[in-house]
Write a protein that binds this ligand. Structure first.
Ligand code: GDP
Ligand code: MG
Length: 220
């Protein structure tokens, strides 16, 4: 089974923990106690992407984002990152670029990024338009999602959409690699054939030479 590390980052209070709990336990609680630990909490969920069974290892910060102290262990070997902001909080949107830079600084393994605009149920308090979020996502080549941690479907779309993109990218990479291997294998075979043909020709010409020599001996 393919195991994928999936991390959620973004300002404190944007709803990261609630999003994860909705996805893994199908529940929404107003408050989750966070014990501040050095590395973060992780939860697991198995899903099917195409015909591949995938085990997601979902990492939640454990309060350390308050001090911008996401360490390398948290980022280490992560393949997918969701950067979350709260659409009712301008600062959390402005900070997206800091989170993106942090990600670039501390991780070279993340292949797929999502920008998540959370708290869509609070539409009356919304201060960031969907287009602003979409534009930022486009700038950094990320996928964009709107969620409310109160709704399972909106949250599942994030995890499943980003995982699908990652799996498809890896499959494509695998196919290209296979094609390249096949090509170089064919090249080697062709070279071998050419060499064999050369040896054969050399032997034929040796043989004809000998015959000619013999003939000339017979003749005189
Ligand atoms: P974190 O610090 O990013 O992990 O944020 P939390 O998941 O702890 O959420 C912070 C606060 O926002 C809590 O009071 C949550 O109940 C609330 N919250 C999280 N997601 C949503 C949402 O989609 N809608 C609303 N209305 N509140 C949310
Ligand atoms: Mg949290």
């Amino acid at each position: 089974m393919l195991r994928i590390k999936f991390i959620l980052i973004g300002d404190t209070r944007v709803g990261k923990t609630c999003i994860i709990n909705q996805y893994t336990n199908k529940e929404f609680k107003v408050e989750y106690k966070t014990t501040i630990t050095a590395d973060g909490d992780k939860q697991f969920k198995e899903i099917k992407v195409g015909n591949k069974q995938v085990k997601l290892e979902i990492w939640d910060t454990a309060g350390q984002e308050r001090y911008r102290a996401i360490n390398k262990i948290f980022m280490n070997k992560a393949k997918i990152a969701a950067i979350v902001y709260d659409m009712t909080n301008q600062k959390s949107f402005d900070n997206l670029k800091n989170w993106y830079n942090e990600l670039k600084d501390k991780s070279d393994s993340v292949k797929v990024i999502g920008i998540i605009a959370n708290k869509s149920d609070l539409y009356e308090e919304k201060v960031i338009n969907k287009e602003e979020g979409e534009n930022y996502a486009k700038d950094i080549n990320a996928l964009f999602f709107e969620t409310t941690a109160m709704d399972y479907e909106s949250v599942a779309a994030v995890f499943e959409g980003l995982t699908k993109k990652y799996v498809e990218m890896e499959e494509k990479k695998g196919r290209i690699k296979q094609e390249e291997e096949l090509k170089s294998q064919k090249k080697v075979e062709k070279k071998k054939e050419e060499q064999e043909r050369k040896v054969e020709q050399l032997e034929i010409s040796k043989h004809t030479n000998n015959q000619n020599k013999n003939k000339s001996k017979e003749c005189c």
